[in-house]
Design a protein around this ligand. Sequence first.
Ligand code: ADP
Ligand code: TRP
Length: 343
Amino acid sequence: MTEALATPQQLNHTMTKTKRALTGIQPSGELHIGNYLGAVRNWIRLAQRQEMFTSIVDYHALTSPLDSEELAQKTFDMAVAILAAGLDPEKATLFVQSQIPEVTELTWIYLTLTPIGELERMTQFKDKASRQQSILSGLLTYPVLQAADILIFKAEEVPVGEDQVQHVELTREVARKFNLAYGQTFPEPKAIVPEVGGRIKGLDGKTKMSKSLGNTIGLLEPPQEAWDKLRVAKTDPARLRRSDPGDPHSCNIFNLHRNFSPKTTVDMVEVECARAGIGCVDCKKFLFEHMESEFRPIRERAADYQAKPQQVKEILASGAEKARKVARQTMTEVHEKVGFYKP
Ligand code: ADP
Ligand code: TRP
């Protein structure tokens, strides 16, 4: 079950009954514009209206090859990028997943309720497993850890990109199974996916923008590097020459305009591309201008946080403390419901 982000009118209407949201992101080393449009921009907006928890999911990161000497730094860098993007840590508790070991405890309990067949059906699992020689069980059970992330906070909303909707569905299933076995305990959360940014394609114009596919523009990338990548990014494949009319709706750059540019620019590009009034490089220049006006202050804030690492550490420490308190409460309830021995 998914829901597009509410309009301001709907937001006012729902202000009174706030639901708790939780989201997560892997400390992959780079926050790219796909993550930003599909997820982070939504987190910032949601945190304005409701309670939220934001987890940097380092347990999940262990399911991909990684260098343990880099993990802590990448975790810190992800925190800097999220804060610089504008997430208010007072409103959206930011913490590192491994600081809340109760999450793995709950994962174990959920694993005893989750059929292997359901996990084997997950698209992300099938995709990643097809690229591995020996498939590790952590990759298969990854979505159960994600369910624990969400449900340990009894979150009802999960702001994510489209690719995570299936995992949220599985989370609902896990909640249902637990409630059936042990009594009503967990809500069945729903995914909150942005209307236009839910699935951003990479610069190749084909596949999903993803760190592992090397087709990204980083949110904090220096402007010259970002422009060099954008300048050669794929456009409407049928538009071969400047004089050919293009089809904006089959062009990845137009989709980026819809995410970054004001309506007047979007409307102009739509008309002018279709009658070959502007070329693809002109179109990219307009886009880049709007991206830059959004990213420049983000880069400045990131430099500020990088210069004050202690401030970031304090945010993560107080986030973990707050998150752990909630997690412990849930686990006390879970112990009782499951019937564990209590000395
Ligand atoms: P990546 O695929 O680059 O490793 P993650 O899996 O860490 O990114 O995703 C973090 C968040 O960003 C998730 O909510 C995910 O749905 C969202 N996201 C990732 N890539 C995209 C994309 N190309 N378009 C929209 N949202 C995305
Ligand atoms: N699986 C998510 C991704 O790849 C990251 C994630 C882990 C997550 N736990 C979560 C997202 C909980 C939302 C809620 O992007």
